[in-house]
Design a protein around this ligand. Structure first.
Ligand code: HPA
Ligand code: ZN
Length: 387
């Protein structure tokens, strides 16, 4: 495809094009969508004591110096979530925002170990989140699934206990992930947990290379057999690893505004997103914890446009995100057809072909676009690259 470094569109045209660009969000912590106003409201409604009582005071806590300084606030505010209604409303509020940003599919992290530690019943948490997803599908036409994130700085035994607790409803979960404080908690610690998850039929992803070294990304591939890498910024430090990610077609779920706010990079232009994309890595753009990092997914795309990234590259990133979902092939082809319609309108003449393109999907499926798929989350758990 043609690579242009500067956009040909006016700022208004660009904003409209980005908002309507069909995309998937693949790196989003539902607890990270808890806006400070709502956290205070929930604290009040649920009788949870926080050290901050006014919005002004609370807002002062959002000046982060690294991942841990964010996590301290994130876990603190999470304690205000207490009921199934809280989780359902949080999910629905996120999906409404995402739908307005052109998100057609969201594969969403949650941190069950933290909620259980806060004294909540795991089934109640999941019921609330799943009800929100159901309503989002019904009202907004946006599909989604849940990825259970293992909190890597909690004991491995607690990760195993969470797998025990969800084993009776594993079809309600799309996959397993790994998040929280990275350095000092390498993927190797979780090889058994991930191997058991694979046996349960779960997809596998992990945060790696956010603050940790490129070697953690390699470990995630070799020891956890992940199908996507979350962040992966430091993969760029190892040229052989970059070549491997490209040749094995492993998507990276990158989060520009998060990386800037947590000082993974000082400036967005220092993020190796463009060089990874140009090296053939399947880069996607996501929001991570939008209530904390100053923007939802549309703002992340817009930030790249503001840096001078052209619409053709931004469109490629969105197309990558649709291809990187855990949807079955029919549902994926449906979303890729939506992308093709968008592309004919906004960048006529641009070609985004390739294996699994909407054109080939069209011939094969002959089916109405659907986001449902055959399993509860529309996911195909069988034909994955590294199973
Ligand atoms: N990194 C690691 N853990 C997290 C993050 C993140 O950006 N957000 C929520 N948990
Ligand atoms: Zn994250």
């Amino acid at each position: 495809m043609t690579i242009r470094n500067e956009g040909d569109q006016s700022p208004t045209e660009m904003a409209k094009a980005l908002r309507t660009l069909p995309k998937a969000e693949l790196h989003l912590h539902i607890e990270g969508t808890l806006e400070p106003e709502l956290a205070l409201e929930l604290a009040d409604r649920n009788g949870v004591r926080l050290p901050w009582t006014s919005l002004k005071e609370l807002r002062r806590q959002y000046d982060f110096s690294n991942l841990q300084s964010f996590l301290d606030l994130y876990y603190r505010l999470m304690s205000t979530l207490r009921t199934a209604r809280d989780f359902r409303d949080l999910m629905l509020a996120y999906l409404s925002r995402a739908a307005a940003d052109g998100v057609r599919r969201a594969e969403i992290f949650f941190d069950p170990q933290v909620h259980v530690n806060n004294g909540l019943d795991l089934d109640m948490v999941m019921d609330g989140l799943l009800e929100g997803l159901r309503l989002g599908r019904e009202r907004l036409g946006i599909g989604g699934g849940l990825i259970l994130c293992i909190v890597r700085d909690m004991p491995v035994s607690s990760a195993q206990a969470i797998l025990d607790a969800v084993s009776h409803r594993k079809d309600d979960i799309l996959g397993i992930g790994l998040d929280s404080a990275e350095v000092g908690y390498p993927p190797s610690l979780f090889a058994d947990v991930f191997s058991r998850s694979a046996d349960m039929g779960l997809h596998r992803v992990a945060h790696a290379g956010e603050e940790g070294p490129a070697d953690y990304v390699t470990q995630a591939l070799d020891l956890l057999h992940v199908e996507r890498v979350d962040h992966g910024v430091h993969a760029a430090d190892d040229p052989a690893l970059v070549r491997r990610l490209a040749s094995e077609d492993v998507p990276l779920t990158m989060c520009p505004l998060s990386n800037r706010r947590l000082q993974v990079v000082h400036d967005l232009k220092d993020l190796p997103l463009l060089s990874l994309l140009d090296a053939g890595v399947k880069v996607t753009v996501n929001s991570d914890d939008p209530a904390y990092f100053g923007g939802y997914i549309g703002d992340n795309y817009q930030a790249l446009a503001d840096l001078g990234m052209g619409l053709d590259r931004l469109a490629l990133i969105a197309r990558n995100s649709l291809e990187a979902t855990f949807l079955d092939e029919d549902a994926k082809a449906g979303l890729l057809r939506e992308f093709d319609d968008w592309s004919r309108r906004f960048i006529p003449g641009e070609s985004f072909g390739g294996a699994g393109s909407a054109e080939s999907g069209k011939e094969e499926s002959g089916k109405e676009e659907s986001d449902g798929g055959s399993s509860p989350n529309g996911a195909d758990r069988k034909g994955t690259a590294r199973d």
